[in-house]
Design a protein around this ligand. Structure first.
Ligand code: AMP
Length: 389
């Protein structure tokens, strides 16, 4: 008997994350990733309990290799599984896509045309799609967009104050991390429907980081804008930056656009400020003053953006942390909450230390929660819905 399965692929510039689910029960069968695609790449895979699964040996020099080895590893570990749909994380869906779409040659062309909007991500996402289409001809492939969750934001959060023609050409605030926000909003609606129907701020704090104000289940403001650079400082990305500083770098320091892109995407944020690491665990463990200052800046920007999200909605009923830092760092959660007590946010320190699902006191006007995010499951569900499984 074969097991119908849904596969999810999330192809980044040098990584490929994947997961496989039972198509009917949504049970996770395996998840894993290829890191540092190239000569030194590694492939790892775990079952639903986190136990390591054997992987296929073979080259991982490019995205085609990576997809081929992932598929070979899944076939080896689950010989009875048959992929009936493949869902892909695609960073950019442009102005119109506010939900997942079925991928075909025309849609691929349309999404390829969006590459200038996300040059560091979109081409790699689409490499993964192409490789999967070649490996699984005839199997439905579905695109799930990081921008879709925010597509119906009010105009005031969708636009910049540039001449109108640029808005019409797509220079807008797209917002990202939409798959994570969709998952967390859905979980909140399941666990605490009354809160989910109110004013919610979700802080997705991982290597990439953003915050989203969700009112009545709808995204109304987000810290990420046109690109995944805006808003909060991140592992290696700068977050909010005066565009005048970019002009200065170009005009006075003579930095070419590619170098500026590299600076803003890969050398800034926690890494740039600390000069030590992009990894919050390392910074928390360090007693170097620059590590402390990087954390201070991170907390300060969180505090400011949280105030902005609250202002956008006229208050906050629930604050939800997710992402590697949001789900694990007691220190960052505590410091952000301490600085936003004026808003009615009151952290229960012992619950925070225990990483409990609800970490606010009974008196807190805002319920503070930790909800582990699961972008892969959102993709798998969308793919399943699309094929009517
Ligand atoms: P993500 O991109 O969601 O995997 O998150 C990666 C970030 O989460 C890195 O900065 C990690 O250092 C951070 N992180 C993971 N676990 C912890 C922890 N226990 N304490 C602090 N930061 C953590």
């Amino acid at each position: 008997m074969t097991t119908p399965a849904i596969l999810t692929l999330n192809a980044g510039s040098s990584s490929l994350k994947f997961a496989m689910y039972h198509a009917q029960t949504e049970a996770l069968l395996a998840r894993g990733q290829v890191d540092r695609i190239g000569p030194d790449a590694t492939l790892s895979m775990k079952d639903a309990d986190g136990a390591a699964l054997p992987v296929a040996p073979g080259p991982l020099c490019n995205h085609d290799d990576a997809v081929a080895q992932v598929l070979a590893s899944l076939r080896g570990a689950f010989p009875d599984a048959r992929a009936i749909a493949i869902g892909h994380r695609i960073v950019h869906g442009g102005i119109f896509h506010d939900r997942p779409v079925m991928l075909d040659a025309a849609m691929l062309d349309e999404l390829r045309a969006l590459s200038p909007f996300a040059p560091l991500h979109q081409p790699h996402n689409l490499d993964g799609v192409r490789a999967a289409m070649e490996a699984y001809p005839g199997v439905p492939q579905i695109a799930c967009f990081d921008t879709a969750f925010h597509r119906n934001q009010p105009f005031v959060n969708d636009t910049f104050a540039l001449p109108r023609r640029f808005y019409d050409r797509g220079v807008r605030r797209f917002g990202f991390h939409g798959l994570s926000y969709e998952y967390v909003s859905g979980e909140l609606a399941r666990i605490a429907p009354t809160l989910a129907a109110g004013r919610v701020v979700i802080a997705h704090l991982g290597n990439g980081a953003s915050m989203c104000a969700v009112q009545h289940g709808r995204s109304v403001a987000s810290t990420m804008g046109f690109s995944a650079l805006d808003g909060l400082p991140m592992g290696t990305r700068c977050g909010q930056l005066d565009p005048g500083a970019v002009l200065y770098l170009m005009q006075q320091e003579g930095l070419p656009p590619d170098e500026i892109a590299d600076l803003l995407y890969t050398q800034s944020g926690l890494l740039g400020l600390s000069g030590i690491s992009n990894d919050m665990r390392e910074l928390e463990a360090s007693d170097h003053p620059h590590a402390r200052e990087a954390i201070d800046y991170y907390v300060f920007r969180l505090q400011r953006e949280l105030g902005g999200m609250a202002a956008a909605m006229g208050g906050v009923d629930a604050l939800v942390f997710c992402g590697g830092i949001g789900e694990n760092s007691r220190l960052i959660r505590a410091r952000v909450c301490e600085r936003t007590e004026w808003m009615g946010i009151e952290l229960d320190h012992s619950r925070n230390q225990d990483n409990a699902p609800v970490i606010s006191t009974a008196f807190s006007r805002t319920t503070i929660m930790v909800i582990p995010t699961d972008e892969e499951l959102v993709i798998a569900r969308a793919a399943r819905k699309m094929i009517g499984a």
